[in-house]
Design a protein around this ligand. Structure first.
Ligand SMILES: Nc1ncnc2c1ncn2[C@@H]1O[C@H](COP(=O)(O)OP(=O)(O)OP(=O)(O)O)[C@@H](O)[C@H]1O
Ligand SMILES: [Mg+2]
Length: 234
């Protein structure tokens, strides 16, 4: 099977700072993969490398089997790979609905339309004409996920989507991620909340110091949490 996303022996930098050291990972169609690891191990740098926001100076990246020498956000999107960035980045002077339409810029066809997003997140319909940044943190995260879905992706990268959110919102988002994955979209969930990981992911990759140091299948909670906890090392 051709992977949707494959990184091999990736070396990434911000200027002179060498962050990823021979990192490898692979996500196949329809998979639910968690990328775990403590603060500062380089999880967001993996996303930034895929988008070309960190400089790759060694190794290789493939989107759907196609080697990508100069990654860019639009190249990822054209290959059906979209990112829900850490910190959400909702566009301040656009309404909820305008933010959703931004996500459709690639013009990829698929099941996700504004009405379908509103079925998934009824609160976004209620607030359709409100400025995106007037929403609560949880609602902004829903908007960020909705905007990503509007691209009809084959793979969504979620960078710490539940950071700073109340447990009740985290529960709602877990259900949403499972619904999205049930429809066949692959997920790469970057997450430090391991109780969320075991509810959503089927496989995990553990990072330490800029590379993937362990991987395995996710077993359901609570045993699954203990299982993967030991791999979250600084
Ligand atoms: N723009 C940048 N320039 C230089 N160094 C950076 C830059 N962004 C991040 N770093 C450094 O790269 C390392 C990895 O950061 P990264 O953001 O990828 O970690 P992370 O695993 O996503 O952490 P967190 O869980 O806190 O989000 C850290 O040491 C960080 O200080
Ligand atoms: Mg990060």
């Amino acid at each position: 099977m051709t992977a949707l996303l494959q990184l091999d022996q990736v070396q990434s930098f911000y200027g002179a700072a060498h962050i990823l050291h021979g990192l490898g990972l692979q996500v196949n169609a329809g998979e639910r993969v968690a990328l775990i690891g403590r603060n500062g191990v380089g999880k967001t740098t993996v996303v930034n490398t895929i988008l070309g926001l960190a400089q790759m100076r060694g190794g290789s990246i493939q989107f759907g089997g196609v080697p990508i020498t100069r990654p860019r956000p639009y190249i990822a999107a054209q290959h059906g790979i979209v990112v829900v960035p850490q910190g959400r980045r909702i566009v301040a002077n656009l309404t909820v609905e305008e933010n959703l339409h931004l996500g459709a810029a690639t013009g990829r066809k698929g099941p996700w339309t504004v009405p379908e997003i509103y079925k998934l997140f009824p609160i976004l319909q209620e607030r359709a004409h409100t400025p995106g940044t007037a929403l609560s943190g949880g609602q902004q995260q829903m908007l960020a996920v909705g905007r990503a879905l509007m691209a009809n992706p084959s793979l969504i990268l979620l960078d710490e989507p539940t950071e700073g959110l109340a447990p009740v919102i985290v529960d709602q988002l877990a259900d949403i991620f499972n619904k999205v994955a049930d429809q066949g979209t692959a997920l790469l969930l970057i997450e430090q909340n391991l109780s969320l990981v075991v509810r959503v992911a089927h496989r995990y990759l553990a990072m330490s110091k800029g590379s993937v140091v362990a991987e395995g299948q996710v077993v359901n909670a609570p045993e699954g949490i203990k299982d993967i906890e030991e791999h979250v090392v600084v």
